[in-house]
Design a protein. Structure first.
Length: 277
DNA sequence: TCTGCATGAAAAA
DNA sequence: TTTTCCTGCAGAG
């Protein structure tokens, strides 16, 4: 599920697997052939995530960044040992040779990318410009909390739209949006500036907690144990309060969960727990 | 096995 | 506002 937590998890994973190693880079599908040839054979210097954007840094020859945005369909796959034969539309493949001295991932490692919205090379100024367009990311320690709060306080945009607007908050997608609004009793159509600043602060802090948990678990779980139908492992059906639960009873009050389109995206809420103001 | 929908966002119209 | 990227899953049958 590519919301911000997925991308941060990938940045961490790629860091452990690949950083410091010289990579064979190619594009079996051909759509990234030119870019792949440019960084092929270079050492990967670092990885970074901001919101839903993933960056790989190749600092040695020309200071180049690989920028990946998964979009709706994009998917990474990786493994150790000999890389599998390319199958289907494989946009990007990274392969590092075995390194016997290494403490982790000493075997050959490979990473595959298919179906991304963006897979391109950037210069450092282009990378800076990209990040400058994005709002603070709850998953980044350097997130400017005041900047988002000011934006919320000054905007007439529905809070449900602002939460998904990557210029305002980076990394929140449709699931975290619906769930954080539910958890704080806020209707998605509430004008942002009408959201109590104290409530907004609590929502932001909650996003930090929920998304960090998402990075650790590799999935989005937003329900509290008391609100789940069964104890023990969290099933798919128990993981959310309102996201994709339209027509089902609210876990807190039993009212039917509603769904509607908001700025061309499906949004879900409980009409009782999240009254329209 | 088939069908429709989905975590996103940019470009086209 | 619609189309595109073109994958994976759940639900229907």
């Amino acid at each position: 599920m590519p919301e911000g937590h997925t991308v941060h998890r990938l940045a961490n994973r790629h860091r452990r697997m690949l950083v410091g190693r010289r990579l064979a880079v190619d594009s079996p599908q051909g759509r990234f052939a030119e870019g792949a040839a440019l960084v092929d054979g270079q050492r990967l210097g670092g990885t970074e995530a901001w919101g839903k954007h993933l960056l790989h840094h190749y600092p040695d020859e020309g200071d180049v960044w690989l920028h990946v945005h998964l979009g709706l369909y994009g998917k990474f796959r990786d493994g150790t040992g000999e890389p599998p034969e390319p199958r289907g539309a494989l946009r990007l493949r990274l392969v590092a040779d075995a390194e016997p001295g290494r403490s982790s991932y000493a075997d050959p490692v490979w990473v595959e990318l298919r179906g991304p919205t963006a897979c391109e090379l950037m210069t450092s100024p282009e990378r800076d410009a990209l990040l400058a367009r994005l709002g603070p990311d709850p998953l980044r320690a350097d997130a400017d909390v005041e900047q988002v709060a000011a934006r919320v306080a000054g905007s007439r945009m529905p809070i449900g739209t602002l939460l998904m607007d990557q210029r305002s908050v980076a990394g929140v997608g449709n699931v975290y949006r619906a769930e954080v609004l539910f958890r704080h009793g806020v209707h998605p159509r509430t004008p942002s500036r009408d959201v109590d600043p104290v409530t907004w602060k609590a929502m932001w802090d909650d996003l930090v907690v929920l998304m960090r948990a998402g990075v650790r678990a590799g999935r989005i779980v937003t329900t509290e144990p008391d609100d789940r139908s069964r104890a023990g492992r969290v099933t798919r059906a128990d993981a959310h309060y309102v996201y994709r639960r339209q027509g089902f009873p609210c876990r807190r009050c039993g009212a039917r969960v509603l769904a509607d389109d908001l700025a061309a995206r499906r949004v879900f809420w409980c009409p009782v727990c999240q009254p329209e103001v």
